[in-house]
Design a protein around this ligand. Structure first.
Ligand SMILES: [Fe+2]
Ligand SMILES: [Fe+2]
Length: 287
């Protein structure tokens, strides 16, 4: 069994301090095996914002894997944006833009989808080298190893907004994900928490791949949702992989379990076997 804390879109420079403290406290309680951060660590890619993000990371006594998001690239400093867009990110957050971690149970790969040289650089994309890396890292691993790919930009739109722009060149990457037996995709960028199966949207894909999107963990840039992150527990049941995805939401004083979805890979396909909205009638809560 492995526990992954998936946090995203921290946006240091525009954070709620109480939420940051609550997040650190909650992560200490959850004690994940690894913290995966899917980009947008800062709001404006200024050195002061990166220093705040670095101070946050220093407080986490867990392995941390991180990729940049579009906000980690300077917007207004045009010189930096084009000459060294991820210089400050690499100096203060992580030198490695494609972190990988493999053990006997899980393999996790991160890819940088933030781009400075595209017209709308809030959008992201993958390239051929990165798609080859998916194959290099995951291709030789047996099916028993649970495979997670994380990026900033999403592969699956929200259920109520199917026209949402996805990570560029996802159509080229999907066959590689399928061929390598990727099990779970993690991303952020939209500041919305939802999960689902890639096959529900990308009908050309023949492999069931679970997707978990995270809300913004700490920023005040909320999109009608509370600050939240994903606690993901990966296990097995009768030889089949299981994923328990818990959206832990900020309730004003601390993070609490919101929607809990339990998935099981049955006959190659992810099935939602149990879901708990977290809602309890008032009399049950006071009992
Ligand atoms: Fe963001
Ligand atoms: Fe973003």
């Amino acid at each position: 069994m492995r526990t992954v804390a998936h946090i995203s879109d921290l946006h240091f420079g525009r954070i709620d301090r109480a939420v940051v403290e609550g997040l650190v406290a909650d992560l200490m309680r959850v004690a994940p095996d690894v913290v995966v951060i899917s980009g947008d660590l800062v709001q404006r890619a200024k050195e002061s914002h990166f220093l705040q993000a670095r101070a946050f990371l220093e407080r986490l006594p867990f392995p941390v894997m991180v990729v940049p998001g579009n906000h980690d690239i300077p917007v207004y400093n045009v010189f930096l944006r084009f000459t060294n867009p991820l210089g400050l990110y690499r100096r203060h957050i992580a030198r490695d833009l494609s972190p990988v971690r493999v053990d006997s149970d899980i393999a996790i790969l991160g890819l940088n989808t933030a781009r400075s040289a595209i017209l709308d650089f809030s959008e992201g994309r993958l390239n051929q080298t990165q798609i080859a890396r998916i194959q290099d890292v995951f291709g030789a691993l047996p099916p028993a190893v649970f495979k997670i790919l994380f990026t900033h930009h999403p592969f699956l739109p929200p259920p109520d907004a199917p026209g949402t722009r996805l990570v560029g060149r996802h159509r080229l990457a999907l066959p590689a994900l399928e061929a390598c037996g990727v099990d779970l995709l993690l991303a952020g960028h939209l500041h919305r928490a939802y999960s689902g199966d890639i096959m529900t949207h990308h009908t050309q894909v023949a492999r069931s791949i679970l997707v978990a999107q995270a809300s913004t963990a700490t920023s005040t840039r909320l999109r009608n949702e509370a600050n939240a992150y994903n606690k993901i527990v990966i296990g097995t049941d009768g030889g089949a992989h299981t994923v328990t995805l818990e959206v832990r939401s900020w309730e004003g004083a601390f993070f609490t379990p919101g929607l809990v979805s339990r998935y099981r890979r049955d006959g190659g396909r992810w099935t939602l076997v149990h879901q708990d909205t977290g809602f309890r009638p008032a009399d049950a809560r006071t009992a």
